[in-house]
Design a protein around this ligand. Structure first.
Ligand SMILES: CC(C)(COP(=O)(O)OP(=O)(O)OC[C@H]1O[C@@H](n2cnc3c(N)ncnc32)[C@H](O)[C@@H]1OP(=O)(O)O)[C@@H](O)C(=O)NCCC(=O)NCCS
Length: 177
C-alpha cells in the first residue's frame, strides 16, 4: 500500500480484475479519450498474467477503502509511463493530482530513473492540467501515434525529470518494488 494524505494506492491483484475490467469497459468511467476494445474477463486475466515487466496497476482508494479509480505504470520502450482514471463522481476534488504525486514519488524512490512520462490526447484538458499540477512539463506533440475511434491521432508528451522532482512530496519510503 502506498499511503497518501487523502488517498492510498493499492496494487490490483488478479481477483480484482472483474471490477477493473467492468470500469475499463464503461465509456463514462474510462473517459471520452480512451476508446479501447471491450475486454472479457478471460482476456483481462490473460493480459494480467502476461503483463510486461515493470508494469503495474493500483486502485486509487479513499482512506476508508472506497475505490475511486486506478493508476498505473508501464514501460514504453525504455521509458516509464503512467496512466490514471477516476470515477466521474470523484473528479475535480484533487484526488487525481494526489494519486499522480504519490506515483511519481514511488517511482523515483524505488527505481534508478531519470524521468517519468505521460501522454494524453491534446484535447484532454483535465489530463494536461492534472499533470502540470503534479509537476510535469509539456515536452511536445508526438504526431500520429494514438488511436481514437479508428482515427490515428497526435498525443501530448509530458515528463518530469529527477532534478525537477528533487525529493518526495508525499511518500517518504516504499517497500513495494
Ligand atoms: C484526468 C483526471 C484523472 C484528473 O483528475 P482530477 O482528480 O479530476 O483532477 P484534480 O481535481 O486533481 O485537478 C487538477 C487540476 O486540473 C483541473 N481540472 C480537472 N479537471 C478539469 C477539466 N475537466 N477541465 C479543466 N480543468 C480541469 C483542476 O481544476 C485542477 O486545477 P486547479 O487546482 O488549478 O483548479 C480525471 O479528469 C479523469 O479521470 N478523466 C478521465 C480519464 C482520463 O482522461 N485519464 C487520462 C488519460 S491520458
Amino acid at each position: 500500500l502506498l499511503e497518501g494524505r487523502t488517498v492510498n494506492l493499492k496494487i490490483v491483484e488478479r481477483e480484482d480484475l472483474p471490477l477493473l475490467t467492468e470500469w475499463r469497459n464503461t465509456p463514462e468511467i474510462s473517459g471520452e479519450f480512451m476508446f479501447r476494445e471491450q475486454k472479457s474477463r478471460a482476456e483481462a486475466e490473460k493480459e494480467f498474467d502476461n503483463r510486461a515487466p515493470d508494469s503495474k496497476t493500483f486502485f486509487i482508494e479513499k482512506k476508508d477503502g472506497t475505490k475511486i479509480g486506478w493508476i498505473g505504470h508501464f514501460l514504453n520502450g525504455r521509458l516509464l509511463e503512467i496512466y490514471y482514471y477516476l470515477l466521474p463522481s470523484e473528479r475535480r476534488k484533487g484526488y487525481g493530482t494526489e494519486a499522480i504525486v504519490i506515483m511519481v514519488d514511488y517511482l523515483f524512490l524505488s527505481r534508478d530513473l531519470t524521468r517519468v512520462q505521460a501522454t494524453c490526447d491534446p484535447d484532454n484538458i483535465a489530463s494536461q492540467r492534472v499533470l502540470e499540477k503534479a509537476g510535469f512539463k509539456r515536452e511536445g506533440i508526438i504526431r500520429k501515434v494514438g488511436y481514437n475511434v479508428g482515427r490515428i491521432v497526435d498525443d501530448c508528451l509530458y515528463g518530469i525529470i529527477r532534478e525537477e522532482w528533487k525529493e518526495p512530496k508525499i511518500l517518504t519510503k516504499t517497500r513495494i518494488k
